[in-house]
Design a binder for this molecule. Structure first.
Ligand code: SF4
Length: 470
């Protein structure tokens, strides 16, 4: 029996998919990348943006057609934030025809059991079909084939060690916090991932050690507000202390984390970033708007001024730090002057990269309920085009300034585009492509930067046989 998992959305979702893959393999399923070959298809959904949600409906339609074509409809499980947010409404939206399992963000441990229940029901249904026991296709759903659903909120954040099937041989995702208590006015996450729950530091370190023992060189600590971490099993371990303890794990060479909230960036955290040697010189620090007035409407609980002070403190402590951010344009009430402040903040912060979005109302959120949209779609488009042009120019300057420097690049993979090319990242999280030997994957290689593309750098390995083993 084979499974296929399709993942939309953030690193947290990708890591949940790694966990679900491991659970299905423990239950005897083997992975396939071909949907025609899959007995179980899991779609791990994202609802942070409307477009990501629409992809689910498109994909369900494709899978239904595939089942009709091949005569063997796979068990279809919908997991992730859309499943949690829409709940059983999703079944009626899709006429109950395509989804066999609906599983929430906090229930993924129950996936194999629910899939097995559906398979058991199908077997029973086949047996009862008169005169036809040869086909595995079961047509329109009957009441005996009603979907299995678990959307329960669970406080338990434990996960069995060694089950997750890491997709990346070099980087390991390790969850440290689940959920979020911030309730920013635009954000669906507190409704889909529940309230904030911290993982014990002992579990986190066990997982980091295992990842390092099985080849991971970089650990990415994940949480909705990762820097709010406080170990439930050790009062002396806050986020800064956790960085120090992960640093002590043999085999780990780099530590990253996503995403911090500006209001929890403390001097202690900045010192830890500066002093803990394996912490990368990169911080993704979501700001969302450059206007304090808009930030207040968004309920972000930080101001433009405080954010820029943080940027200054980070640069004073680590002049080489690379910053990135998330930005929303066209939030309800955003005026031309507010947007101008977003542009000036972008110029002041000089981000190495930015994820920018046009505001779209999301289900359940305060903005949807209380803040009518008053920025037209055309104006949102005009603003995002202008913002992206400003960001592109800054990025171009930063990348051009890197030419001639030697960067330490963790080689992550062979390039997808060219056989002879490798791809890796600097400590500042910029992608670098270079010619090299595939045996370098997983090693940190000194690379002379020789050129810049809009979103990546090009380089040549500085021949150092000790570092590359070449
Ligand atoms: S901090 Fe705000 S934007 Fe981030 S996950 Fe929580 S509610 Fe969403």
């Amino acid at each position: 029996m084979k499974y296929l998992i399709e993942t939309f959305g953030c690193q947290m979702n990708h890591h949940d998919s790694e966990r679900m893959a491991g659970l299905l393999e423990e239950a005897g399923y083997a992975r396939t990348d071909d949907d025609r070959d899959a007995d179980v298809i899991v779609i791990n959904t994202c609802s942070v943006r409307e477009k990501a949600e629409e992809k689910l409906y498109t994909r369900l339609g494709e899978i239904r057609l595939l089942g009709e074509e091949t005569g063997a409809r796979p068990v279809v499980a919908v997991a992730g934030c859309v499943a949690q947010q829409e709940g059983e409404k999703l079944l009626s939206k899709t006429n109950g025809q395509t989804i066999d399992v609906l599983i929430g963000t906090q229930s993924i441990k129950r996936l194999p059991m629910l899939v097995s229940e559906v398979r058991g029901l199908r077997t029973e249904a086949r047996k009862s079909l008169r005169g036809d026991s040869s086909t595995s296709y079961v047509g329109p759903r009957t009441s005996t084939l009603s979907p299995r659903v678990d959307l329960s909120p669970y406080d338990d954040v434990s996960f069995p060690l060694g089950i997750a099937r890491r997709e990346d041989p070099v980087k390991a995702y390790v969850t440290i916090i689940e959920g979020c208590n911030e309730f920013c006015a635009f954000c669906v996450v507190p409704y889909t991932r529940g309230h904030e729950r911290m993982r014990p530091v002992s579990d986190i370190l066990d997982e980091v050690r295992l990842a390092a023992d099985t080849g991971a060189r970089e650990v990415q600590l994940l949480g909705q507000i990762v820097n709010h971490y406080q170990a439930p099993d050790d009062p002396s371990c806050d986020f800064a202390e956790l960085l120090a303890r992960v640093n002590d794990v043999a085999g780990v060479e780099r530590i990253r984390f996503a995403s911090p909230h500006p209001r929890h960036v403390t001097p202690r955290m900045i010192e830890a970033m500066r002093d803990v040697p394996k912490v990368c010189r990169h911080l993704h620090l979501p700001v969302q708007s450059g206007s304090t007035r808009v930030l207040q409407a968004m309920r972000r609980r930080h101001t433009r001024e405080h954010y820029l002070e943080l940027v200054a403190s980070l640069r004073a402590a680590m002049p080489d730090i690379a910053l990135s951010t998330d930005m929303i344009v066209g939030f309800p009430g955003e005026t031309a002057e507010d947007f101008e402040e977003t542009l000036t903040l972008t110029r002041a912060a000089r981000y190495h990269s930015m994820f920018s979005f046009k505001y779209s109302p999301r289900p359940n959120t305060l903005a949807l309920k209380r803040m009518p949209e008053d920025v037209s779609e055309a104006e949102k488009t005009r603003r995002i085009v202008e913002l992206q042009a400003v960001q592109k120019a800054i990025q171009g300057e930063l990348f051009a300034a890197a030419i001639g420097r030697t960067e330490h690049v963790l080689i992550e993979a062979r390039s997808r585009r060219r056989e002879w090319e490798l791809s890796g990242r600097t400590s500042g999280n910029t992608v670098v492509n270079l010619p090299g030997d595939p045996s370098w994957v997983g090693r940190i290689v000194p690379v002379m930067i020789t050129g810049a593309n809009p979103n990546s750098l090009r380089g040549e390995a500085v021949l150092d046989t000790a570092a590359t083993g070449a």
